[in-house]
Design a protein around this ligand. Structure first.
Ligand code: FAD
Length: 391
């Protein structure tokens, strides 16, 4: 008989508005028609499909949940649904939208001057300007307060020196929101600078040879005495709460996105095991296989319900960073385990790019590490739940 789909099992449709369903279905169609036919090749060739940026912008997915300045002003649930569809395609595709909206546009929208917003946001929403977010450094990852990138005040300018590492989209970016400590101050002196392509001393060498997120361009940001005018400093924030508040936005999206990758793996596993015959019967008829499929479906359904609940809470203005950590940690952790289970269920074929599973599995290794590693979210939750900081 026909298997029950995940959508039927989870039955979230009645909980969504017509607009939310429409946004999801539009992005779903785009991913299936425009991205999936190329997904394996883009991954294999380490290519990001820049030609799709205008269509992604057209759907309102760049700065989707921001208001004004050409942004779509979607609610959090619509945004989550859309981002999950992008990640059903590939975590690299979703990373592009996350970084553009939550990490590059959001700090300008939230902490920028009116002039800065007018100058950059409409072009970024239209996909004409690509942004990136420079926080991580070669020697400063989970502990961003230890960053060594410096901004020295010099008259009306700041002079930036340092290296940022693992920066999504930096090789294709027109501008970078770079976080740096001012005048050798401590973490409280951290400010956000909009560094523009073409400024002398600004380079973005590509990181080659990644075995994960291969369809997402990752690079460094090298700042060699880059002179940035004071008008490019984000006036509205100082200290680590600047970058951390951006990360909270991005992590919320990722907790939805990972469910998209998990769903793609689950669906591939169901369809493969229903067809694959061993010992005279489809392997899907075996109890050990069913047990794994049931576990995968249960965890996706639980993760979806949590994401939807927290999405509604975000729209009500009541979602906290600790709740975002719970959702990111749970949903990404499970997505990776689900991808590995699906990989096993496809047997030898599971390692081929002909199926989406190994690509998602490898991608999710990055998603597990970025935006706060799995362990960092465990420590955030541990601190909140016990009152003892274990960092
Ligand atoms: P480390 O912080 O060195 O961690 C190494 C290990 O130690 C991890 O397992 C970690 O969980 C563990 N650990 C660290 N501290 C503790 C502790 N106190 N207790 C227990 N365990 C601990 N950064 C950006 O700024 N912008 C981007 O656009 C961006 N994109 C990325 C794209 C990709 C593909 C990747 C892989 C990374 C990206 N990052 C980006 C960087 C990412 O955020 C960092 O990799 C992440 O924060 C972890 O830092 P790290 O790699 O230096 O690992």
């Amino acid at each position: 008989k026909e298997p029950l789909s995940l959508d039927q099992l989870m039955a979230v449709d009645p909980l969504l508005t017509e607009e939310e369903r429409m946004i999801r279905d539009t992005v779903r169609r785009f991913v299936r028609e425009r991205y999936l036919p190329r997904a394996a090749e883009l991954f294999a060739k380490e290519e990001f499909p820049v030609d799709l940026i205008p269509e992604i912008a057209e759907m309102g997915l760049l700065g989707a949940s921001l208001t004004g300045y050409g942004c779509a002003g979607m609610n959090a649930v619509s945004y989550g649904l859309a981002i999950a569809e992008l990640e059903y395609g590939d975590s690299g595709l979703r990373s592009f939208a996350s970084v553009q909206g939550s990490l590059a546009m959001y700090p300008i929208w939230r902490f920028g001057s009116e002039e800065q917003k007018q100058r950059w946001l409409p072009k970024m929403a239209a996909g004409e300007f690509i942004g990136c977010f420079g926080l991580t450094e070669p020697d400063s990852g989970s502990d961003p307060g230890s960053m060594t990138t410096r901004a020295r005040r010099d008259g009306d300018d700041y002079v930036l020196t340092g290296t940022k590492m693992w920066i999504t989209s930096s090789p294709i970016a027109h501008l970078a929101v770079v976080w740096a400590k001012v005048d050798d101050g401590g973490p409280e002196s951290i400010r956000g600078f909009v560094v523009e392509r073409g400024m002398k001393g600004f380079e973005t060498p590509t990181v080659h040879g990644k075995m994960s997120l291969r369809a997402s361009p990752t690079g460094e940001i090298v700042l060699n005495e880059v002179r940035v005018p004071a008008e490019n400093v984000l006036p509205g924030v100082t200290g680590l709460k600047g970058p951390l508040s951006c990360l909270t936005q991005a992590r919320f999206g990722i907790s939805w996105g990972a469910l998209g990758a998990a769903r793609a793996c689950y669906e591939a596993a169901v369809s493969y095991t229903r067809e694959r015959v061993q010992f005279g019967k489809p392997v899907a008829s075996k109890q050990l296989v069913q047990e794994q499929l049931v576990e995968m479906a249960s965890e996706i359904a639980k993760g979806q319900i949590m994401a939807l609940h927290y999405g509604r809470l975000k729209d009500a203005g009541a979602l906290t960073p600790v709740q975002v950590s719970l959702c990111k940690r749970n949903n990404v952790g499970w997505a990776l385990r689900i991808a590995r289970m699906a990989r096993g269920l496809l047997g030898g074929n599971g390692i081929l790019l002909d199926y989406p599973v190994i690509r998602h599995m490898l991608n999710l290794e990055s998603v597990y590490t970025y935006e706060g590693t799995h362990e960092v979210h465990t420590l955030i939750l541990g601190d909140a739940l016990t009152g003892y900081n274990a960092f």
